[in-house]
Design a protein around this ligand. Sequence first.
Ligand code: ATP
Ligand code: MG
Ligand code: MG
Ligand code: MG
Length: 479
Amino acid sequence: MTSQEVRTQFLNFFKEKGHKIVPSAPMVMKDDPTLMFTNAGMNQFKEFFLGNSKPKHTRVADTQKCLRVSGKHNDLEEVGKDTYHHTMFEMLGNWSFGDYFKKEAIQWAWELLTEVYKIDKNSLYVSVFEGSEDDGLAMDQEAYDLWKAIVPEERIIMGNKKDNFWEMGDQGPCGPCSEIHVDIRSTEEKKKVPGASLVNQDHPQVVEIWNLVFMQFNRKANGSLESLPAKHIDTGMGFERLCMVLQGVQSNYDTDVFTPLIREIEVITGKKYGKDEKTDIAIRVIADHVRAVAFSIADGQLPSNTGAGYVIRRILRRAIRYGFTFLNTNKPFIYRLVKVLAEQMGKAFPELKEQYQLIENVIKEEESSFLSTLEQGLVLLDSVIKSSKDKTISGEKAFELYDTFGFPIDLTSLILEEKGYQLDVAGFNKALQEQKDRSRAASEVSKGDWTVLKQDSEQEFIGYDSLEAQVKLVKYRKI
Ligand code: ATP
Ligand code: MG
Ligand code: MG
Ligand code: MG
């Protein structure tokens, strides 16, 4: 089954169950101060869940472009290293706004997977929320009983708050959920280790494909939960993962969503996919990142030095450096993948075709500009590493790489991590702050003048995401 057919069958199934099929919302959020990018299908329906506005249709389904590179859902570090987390991915979803609830959501999900897509029932596991003392919530008995009516009890797994209580962000609509996982290992492997023990263990062949969220609460700013005015269903299924299962392959990158991009990377770079792990990671990262960047540009978000634009620039620079270091590319080439992408995805997302020329030009320009400083920056970083005594690189040097060579701080962290070094993040922040103070002072001085300098004050440091033990990532949010 082609990916195009997988998508169509999903939408048709829910159409037949009385759902209105709606278009994907943009991936780049424009009007929500709490979220920079759409990270789940439900984002565009937030106001319906909160009861602030009334939907025209109480049953809706779609495929939503999502990006998970910042905030609560940040998968950037996994991308390329594993075979099932992407920066940009499609989330297939069906919703009930105060219409049907757990019973139908569970039954239909099962019907679609096992009767329409014909996934073997014996390879599926489902999970149920075990409850949370912190939030004063009991286990989800209702979901448990509904599942028990259709799957053997040994296939029902109790899950904690991390996996089975879905929240969009620190605030907003949320609720307990049931996830569906697929075990695509060989029969022999299944005999050796029971699949149930591998659910939610980051096993590449026992993966979560669908999350059915029973939206009942709103998390308030003070962290407490309040009941929503009505109960809703919010589901999200990873499209690329579903394609992996249905196409009988072991990695999202072996589905027809990615193979045309990977073939093109092979042709351009002369490297082969599937021979060497480092090369493979680089190829996967590039195939993944070009989608994130292209879809953002199609949504009107160009790479820039602030806010969402800087996130996009960081993703693209990350891809450029993977190419440079592991595929020996020293000329722009990522832009050449846009054509393949537009051919592959243009039917479902016409904006890619419509904006094709712009996307290509912007990516090419970004590549040229970063490649002009990348090599020198890497040479500098190498010499700093060689002279470092305690395996830690000073914040000042990291700032020089950022300021002079255009190295986003997370890129510097990533390169250091690969070499077993770490970064003085506090020192970097200090240097960044000093630069901001300097430019603020400069712009104040010139206020009376006819030239008003643009203030470089749109970036605000908002915290760390821990990488492994010590290396840390810096996130920025537009203020
Ligand atoms: P995981 O545990 O694998 O990180 P999740 O629980 O964070 O997934 P949800 O928020 O429940 O994911 O999103 C719904 C579905 O979207 C998941 O069941 C999965 O199939 C898919 N999905 C989530 N994150 C990604 C990603 N980064 N890339 C591709 N698909 C994803
Ligand atoms: Mg996740
Ligand atoms: Mg999960
Ligand atoms: Mg989940």
